[in-house]
Ligand binder design. Structure first.
Ligand SMILES: C[S@@+](CC[C@H](N)C(=O)[O-])C[C@H]1O[C@@H](n2cnc3c(N)ncnc32)[C@H](O)[C@@H]1O
Length: 322
């Protein structure tokens, strides 16, 4: 966290320096006295063995650090045991010194759907809201942005990011363990904001889109990925209780509603670049997650429906400019 603040001048953070410093210091004080998972996972990451990777590859389906011959058997056993304690690995995959962490999500599939639509990223300031363990931030880092800043409030995912970063050591990738609402208002600052898999968790999606719009520099771009309902009928699903067993899902728009939200939030050049039904090859149970996965969220008699009877998950990818 402090690494980001240390680059204030280079990142042109002057106006927001004090407000960001306040968030960083508050979170540091929290982390230093944390109990529960923040403390437990933090100790695991600190205890991961020090290993210098001979190679790294950020531009591969499995973000890869090091090779098997970079470490001895005892070090490998300590590494694998630490990585296992950091389960569940939802986003990935990652390859740590020859050990494949086969995550629940094959995140490269989403990356492949979006990568060809991205603008040039050299020298850009990028925000990734809900960055999880940083899989997409590391894939973005391969394209030489000025920086990618992630926001990830959930302790296990934040510490997974810290574990990956311990070995990848990318000096233009950062993460703050805070929700988006806690980031100071940084109007006109970012060139690109990623908001993927987050909007349906918000009770006021348009308000969040407005805040993102305000935070973008002239000609800045949002990359928005969200659960949607197929079609353009100006309809929006609001689950009565759970959706796919998730408690915290609010609005699931159809494609027309999503466009209207973006338009009313002030975006232009709105493009839907992909609509994909989430498949059992993209989201599935592996040895690196102990919980249920997509198969358990679908009606066993009709996989076109969730267990609650709603349309099964479909995700759309939108890009739009200010
Ligand atoms: C479904 S995951 C999506 C992760 C990743 N962006 C992707 O597309 O694969 C949602 C992530 O957003 C985080 N999240 C939820 N609400 C958030 C908020 N208000 N601000 C920042 N992150 C949030 C969650 O902790 C979780 O890691």
């Amino acid at each position: 966290m402090e690494r980001f603040l240390a680059r204030t001048r280079e990142f042109d953070l002057g106006k927001w320096e004090d407000a960001i410093a306040e968030v960083v210091h508050e979170r540091r004080a929290f982390l230093d006295t944390a109990t529960g998972n923040f403390d437990k996972f933090g100790r695991v990451v600190k205890a991961l063995p020090k290993i210098t990777p001979s190679t790294i590859d950020l531009d591969a389906r499995a973000v890869t650090v090091g090779q098997a011959q970079d470490l001895d058997d005892a070090t490998r056993a300590a590494l694998v045991s630490g990585l296992e304690t950091l389960c569940p690995w939802r986003k990935g995959p990652f390859n740590f010194f020859g050990t494949l962490v086969d995550s629940e999500w094959q995140s490269w599939m989403k990356w492949d759907r979006l990568a060809s639509h991205l603008p040039r990223l050299e020298g850009r300031k990028i925000l990734d809201i809900g960055s999880s363990n940083g899989y997409y931030m590391f894939r973005l880092a391969a394209r030489f942005p000025l920086f990618v800043l992630g926001l990830e409030p959930q302790s296990s995912f934040y510490w997974q990011y810290m574990g990956v970063q311990k070995y990848l050591n990318q000096d233009n990738v950062f993460c703050l363990p805070v929700p988006y609402q806690r980031l100071p208002k940084m109007d006109g600052y970012f060139d690109l904001v990623f908001c993927m898999g987050v909007l349906y968790h918000r009770k006021s999606p348009v308000e969040m889109l407005r805040q993102i719009r305000d935070s973008l520099a002239p000609n800045g771009m949002i990359v928005l990925e969200n659960l949607v309902i197929q079609g353009k009928n100006n309809r929006c699903l609001f689950p009565r209780d759970r959706y796919g067993k998730m408690r915290n899902v609010f609005f699931i728009p159809d494609l027309a509603v999503m466009e209207s939200w973006l338009f009313r939030a002030g975006f232009r050049q709105i493009q839907c670049v992909d609509v994909s039904v989430t498949s059992l090859s993209e989201q599935r149970k592996t040895d690196w997650i102990q919980t249920e996965s997509l198969k358990d969220f679908l009606d066993p008699k009709d996989p076109c429906k969730t267990v609650e009877g709603y349309p099964a998950p479909v995700r759309a990818l939108f890009m739009a400019r200010v």
